[in-house]
Design a binder for this molecule. Structure first.
Ligand code: EPU
Length: 418
């Protein structure tokens, strides 16, 4: 497995463009199962999770391929197969999002249960509850979810908690159901909004975008669409923290700053100077990093996907900070690795108390999930001496050429191929 060799201590400087949102594209690719005609997505990042989704669509008989560097074409039509196999689903939980579209389109679907995950249990009960409300008969057999319904029927779906992929899964199914559906307590993350825009362009009838109550009038068919994917708010946030932690000055373009509001507020609160434009944010270190309190929450709260990265920054703050993770129960794996780099962090259940240290020291480190690995890259960029981040495989799942982007900003980071 590849690793990153990082020599820390150099302030990052310059401008960088965020790639398109990986998590948006995952849902948009699943939505192609619903329609006839090509779905062409532009500004798509070249990341491993999307290659996995291409393989899953391929296994269903829906051809998907890179037409240009960042353009993905999906030749959507009736899937020839309705099974998403364990070998693919276990490598990426988001594959479970093909369940709703397959069921709505083909009347049946067989999708492996995703199984364990490094950051928490991550059950899929809400996805299943929603599909059952739409009239699906759902069985669990030998690790697979088997769902059937001659035709789904519109229904009221009150989610017990807001779930991003659960909302997307059930929303996609409701678009082809007969009659009206009402999804309550829906997730309002920007990736849900982007899916609604694309489904609407395909011909779906959805009201309530941006709110937690979605009303859908089912239609009998959807057609292909062309769409430019929005910038990745989490990648953008990660790059901004890279600027902050190295005491640099950087600009990130190609994003909607409103989607990053909670992160920007915390960076400003910690003493970073920000200039916010319509599609860009400029960040400047102005002499200190202060402490802060962070509690992850569904959108528009502080995103769990930025918790590890901001913690790397807070290890160098001149006041104590408090970070509470409320979304996933096991998302502190970066803490032990940061401690190995000299960070002072005390964990108490879902809370971390971080007392800033003068400097981090380079060390060999590794993590078992995407954002924790990104946090270690950030720590390495700030640390004294050399850091080796092992298992870059995790970063490659969701960050498009992160080492090249950081190098363009002046970071001393290189990939050592295994
Ligand atoms: N949950 C349930 N039952 C369900 C579904 C979710 O209890 O049926 C719980 C989860 O266990 C969790 C909470 O609900 O405690 C929220 O999870 P959610 O379903 O919203 O997460 P997700 O849809 O599986 C997406 C992103 C994650 C991101 C979360 C939260 C994708 C592909 N993944 O996951 O992204 O952390 O929303 O914003 O969109 C990442 O990119 O690194 C990543 C993990």
């Amino acid at each position: 497995m590849d690793r990153f060799e990082i020599r820390g201590g150099r302030p990052l400087q310059g401008s960088v463009r965020a790639s398109g949102s990986k998590n948006s594209v995952l849902a948009l690719m699943a939505s192609s199962i619903l329609c006839d005609g090509d779905v062409v997505l532009g500004n798509v990042p070249r990341v491993r999770d999307l290659s996995t989704m291409i393989e899953i669509l391929g296994a269903l008989g829906v051809p998907a391929y890179w037409e240009r560097e960042n353009t993905l074409r999906i030749e959507a039509g009736e899937p020839r197969k309705v099974e998403a196999p364990y070998d693919l689903v276990r490598t990426m939980r988001a594959s479970f999002m093909v369940l709703g579209p397959l069921l709505a389109r083909c009347g049946r679907a067989r999708v492996s249960l995703p199984g364990g995950c490094a950051i928490g249990a991550r059950p899929v009960d809400q996805h299943l509850k929603g599909l059952e409300a739409l009239g699906a008969k759902v069985d669990l057999t030998r690790g697979y979810v088997e769902a059937r319904a001659e035709r789904l029927r519109g229904a009221r779906i009150p989610f017990d908690l807001p779930t991003v992929n659960g909302t997307q899964n059930v929303l996609m199914a409701a678009c082809l159901a007969e009659g009206e559906s009402r999804i309550e307590n829906a997730a309002i993350e920007p990736e849900v909004g982007e899916l609604i825009r694309v489904l609407t362009a395909m011909g779906a009838q959805i009201e309530g975008a941006g709110t937690d109550c979605l009303e859908v009038v089912g239609v009998s068919r959807l057609s292909g669409v062309e769409h430019q994917v929005a910038g990745d708010r989490i990648e953008a946030g990660t790059l901004l923290v890279a600027g902050a932690i190295t005491r640099g000055e950087i600009e990130v373009t190609g994003i909607e700053p409103a989607q990053l509001r909670a992160v920007l507020d915390k960076l400003e609160g910690a003493g970073l100077d920000l200039e916010i434009g319509p599609d860009r944010v400029r960040l400047r270190y102005v002499g200190r990093i202060g402490g802060t309190r962070i509690k992850t929450a569904p959108f528009p709260g502080f995103p769990t996907d930025m918790q590890a990265q901001i913690m790397a920054l807070l290890t160098l703050a001149d006041e104590p900070s408090f970070v509470t993770e409320t979304i996933f129960e096991n998302r502190f794996m970066h803490v032990l690795e940061l401690q190995r780099m000299g960070a002072d962090i005390a964990l108490d259940g879902r809370c971390a108390v971080i007392r800033g240290v003068r400097e981090l020291q380079g060390a060999p480190v590794m993590a078992t999930d995407l954002r924790a690995s990104a946090c270690l890259v950030l720590a390495g960029l700030a640390a004294r001496g050399e850091t080796n981040v092992l298992r870059v495989y995790h970063i490659d799942r969701g960050y498009d050429r992160i080492e090249e982007k950081l190098r363009e900003l002046g970071g001393r980071i290189r990939r050592i191929r295994a």
